[in-house]
Design a protein around this ligand. Structure first.
Ligand code: ADP
Length: 494
């Protein structure tokens, strides 16, 4: 087998710590670095990986050392569009920030103007290919993610046969969120010279949208959990593409995401008032009390601790914020549960109507809920490190990182058994061997049943702590997944 490291070009719309909106940012900030660390038995590097993200306006110009490494253009129907690439690094891995008018004229990473976003991300996707050519660095693998970078995959699918530079480049498309297809991508795709697909397996409506075209063109598709890989083949989760995806079943491999164990480490987390370890788990209590003080919540009820539930989430129907509110409302109203004390914190930002509903709940039940409607990374750490349980009533969840982070911090997940939530949370029912609580349907009733079980378990401190400690001992490191990706790269190259 060749000794030269596999060259991988990893494209994403966001990557922590440069810019992060959601889990994709976590993944793109940590998976490439985990791959970059892989070495063989002789300590030789196995992957030469480079990451490219758009140079969003929100990325600090001064925080990173940046070197302009290329100026080039991307062909467009209105005339060539100028692009520039700036090189920086992340833990020794080269990172390119790509600038150009479609990117720098945007106010946010994602907007509600789909046509604008499509133009921006197709420009970015094609600029990445031009950059590789400009640097004379032909990747063995182009690893794109979601609709934002799917156009790069499709461009190679259409043209690499006649393009000696990319002739040997294999393509992977990571599926982090299938329903986001790149709506309104049709006109920009055409303007960038990418025609609709002719393949009859794709439904008509999908033949001119970035994600379906990437799904058609990629050599390998990687949904971010094994369960999600199965789910997207069904009408319920397939976004109308399930029939097409079934024709590609042999090229679909689910690989679970990991979390960055350095960034998310209760032993050394600088945002936590009190660090704690498995061995000194009692210390964690101070974080809960600090959080309750910070948010103006009572610490005890009749001398006993009060279960503190939390959500940290994008405010979107996918995440079931409405289901959580309805479930909590039922706990308050139902005479069987309305005497049970509990508190909740919801940290999130997104759809105005869901933010409004959360704020409204807080106004009606100020002793129960705190609504913190913003993106606040430091507070998210304090919640993971202090709250008792994390609610994730997701309607679908390709992988989900929040539940893994929560478990690492001794915060018990209570989640709908879908996608990666099902693959990462162990709930053996009444047996005392679980790491969390799963419920089968994204419904108020199903969630309330799980909340009752959760509160019941909480009332037995020994049982509760055993669940917390088991969660903390799970291995959600990236190393396992990085090896799986590496094997996949190798299989494609062979
Ligand atoms: P998704 O990618 O679908 O948004 P994930 O669970 O995979 O969901 O990842 C969400 C990530 O974003 C987690 O790291 C979570 O802590 C973080 N996050 C979400 N909302 C907020 C917020 N309002 N403030 C801080 N962090 C947040």
């Amino acid at each position: 087998m060749s000794k030269t490291p596999t060259r991988v070009f990893f494209l994403a719309s966001e990557a922590d710590p440069f810019v992060k909106v959601g889990g994709l940012g976590d993944v793109a900030g940590s998976l490439p670095r985990a791959l970059n660390r892989l070495v063989d038995d002789n300590s030789l590097k196995q992957v030469d990986i480079r990451l490219a993200i758009p140079f969003h306006n929100s990325i600090s110009q001064t925080r990173y050392s940046l070197k302009k490494v290329a100026s080039f253009s991307v062909p467009h129907a209105s005339g060539p569009l100028a692009a520039e690439a700036y090189l920086t690094s992340l833990g020794g891995m080269p990172v390119y920030l790509i600038a150009g008018a479609p990117i720098t004229s945007a106010n946010s990473v994602y907007s509600s103007d789909w046509g604008f976003d499509a133009h921006k991300y197709i420009f970015f996707s094609l600029a990445c290919l031009e950059l590789a050519r400009h640097l004379n660095w032909a990747p063995d693998i182009l690893h794109a993610n979601d609709w934002h970078t799917a156009a790069a995959v499709y461009q190679l699918y259409l043209n690499r046969g006649a393009d000696p530079f990319f002739a040997k480049t294999a393509t992977i498309l990571g599926i982090h969120n299938l329903p986001y297809l790149g709506t309104a991508g049709s006109i920009p795709l055409g303007a960038f010279g990418l025609p609709p697909a002719a393949d009859p397996r794709l439904p008509d409506w999908a033949r001119h949208l970035p994600l379906p075209l990437g799904l058609l063109g990629a050599d390998q598709l990687v949904p971010v959990s094994p369960t999600y890989a199965d789910e997207i083949l069904t009408p319920e989760f397939g976004s109308g593409l399930e029939g097409f995806l079934l024709t590609r079943k042999e090229t679909i491999t689910g690989i679970l995401n990991g979390i960055d164990l350095e960034q998310w480490n209760p032993v050394s987390d600088l945002y936590l008032p009190t660090n704690f370890t498995l061995g000194e788990f009692e210390l964690r209590k101070a974080n809960k009390i600090a959080l309750q003080h910070e948010l103006g919540l009572a610490v005890n009820h009749q001398g006993l601790p009060i279960p503190l539930l939390a959500m940290i989430t994008r405010m979107d129907y996918q995440k079931g914020v409405d289901i959580a509110l309805a479930g909590l409302e039922q706990l308050v109203r139902d005479s069987r549960t309305n005497k049970i004390p509990w508190q909740a914190i919801i940290l999130g930002t997104g759809l105005p109507e869901l933010e409004e509903a959360t704020r409204d709940f807080e106004l009606r039940h100020p002793d129960r809920l705190r609504a913190v409607l913003r993106f606040d990374a430091p507070l998210s750490h304090r919640i993971y490190g202090g709250a008792d349980a994390l609610l994730m009533p997701s309607r679908y969840e390709p992988c989900g990182l929040a539940q893994m982070i929560a478990m690492r911090y001794g915060c018990v997940p209570v989640a709908c058994a879908t996608g990666g939530l099902r693959d990462t949370i162990i709930d053996p029912g009444d047996e005392a061997a679980g790491t969390g609580f799963l419920f089968s349907l994204p419904s108020q009733e199903s969630m309330v049943n799980a909340l009752r079980r959760t509160l019941q378990a909480y009332s037995s401190p020994e049982r509760w702590q055993a669940i917390q400690l088991r969660g903390m001992q799970q291995d959600y490191s990236w190393e396992k997944s990085a090896h799986q990706y590496f094997e996949l790269y190798r299989s494609l190259l062979n």
